[in-house]
Design a protein around this ligand. Structure first.
Ligand code: NAI
Length: 248
């Protein structure tokens, strides 16, 4: 029996990167996949094709996760298309780094809206569905810097600390309804977001990591699989850091 057979997951920002790896990992375990990203482009089409290879139902929806209205519209459409939502992964995220003294209001607002408000939008829309089903697993993509802080990333760290706060609050509110909520906090993961860094910076990062390498999107996807499935049936309100021991 596959771990997510017959279930449906909704994943935000999954045309590429970590979100796409989570979608593929879930599909390998029999999960139908609904995912969002900003545009219906080549990335989205190729993600749908890659997911369908595992024999599951897969669809991409163009939508801005930061928009309350669009998030609710997506959830309504996913319910019409799939009939249920068992797992929600709030993965969409951006960086707009800068030291506090120089950070613009736009940099602050963009990161808080895409990384944090998006989670409120989707949890708000999906909670009634999961309450009716009397089960569900919500996974918020945080970051080690949401736990430790990081110079030059006050906006990003605040958004990622917020993802942990929402997960804990939802875990307390909805545990009695069979709904679990957890956060995953990746460290230095090699994706397009981090690939822009110079080799020097990447090596400096790796040197600080006990496992001496950057993580892969699959390293993160495997932890999400654990949290999405019944393997974690007694785990809620937790933050799992996937960082090669970088943050302890
Ligand atoms: P990425 O940039 O490769 O992928 C992010 C995806 O989200 C893209 O497909 C992008 O189009 C989409 N997206 C951006 N804004 C959106 C919006 N408003 N609505 C819908 N979709 C939107 O980034 P990556 O590395 O895959 O990151 C995924 C998540 O993991 C993010 O939340 C990020 O903060 C988090 N993370 C990443 C780490 C890393 O080292 N790469 C470390 C810790 C956390």
């Amino acid at each position: 029996m596959k771990l997510l057979e017959g279930k449906t997951a909704l994943i935000t920002g999954a045309s590429r990167g970590i979100g796409r790896s989570i979608a593929i990992r879930f599909a390998q375990e029999g999960c139908n996949i609904a995912f969002t990203d900003l545009a219906q482009d080549e990335n989205m089409d190729s993600a749908v094709a890659a997911l369908q290879q595992y024999g599951v139902n897969a669809r991409g929806y163009a939508s801005n996760a930061a928009s309350f209205e669009e998030a609710h519209a997506v959830v309504e459409t996913v319910m019409a298309d799939f009939g249920r939502i068992d797992v929600l992964v709030n993965n969409a995220g951006i960086t707009r780094d800068g030291l506090m003294m120089r950070m613009s209001e736009q940099q602050w607002d963009a990161v808080i809206n895409v990384n944090l408000k998006s989670a409120f939008n989707f949890i708000h829309a999906v909670t009634p569905v999961m309450m009716r089903q009397r089960s569900g697993s919500i996974i918020n993509m945080s970051s080690v810097v949401g736990v430790s802080g990081n110079a030059g990333q006050a906006n990003y760290s605040a958004s990622k600390a917020g993802m942990i706060g929402i997960a804990k609050s939802i875990a307390k509110e909805l545990g009695s309804r069979g709904i679990r909520a957890n956060a995953v906090a990746p460290g230095f993961i090699i994706t397009e977001m981090t690939n822009q860094l110079s080799d020097e910076v990447k090596k400096a990062w790796a040197d600080t990591i006990p496992l001496k390498r950057g993580g892969t999107p699959d390293d993160v996807a495997n932890v999400c699989l654990f949290l999405a499935s019944d393997l974690s049936s007694y785990v809620t309100g937790q933050t799992i850091q996937v960082c090669g021991g970088m943050n302890m």
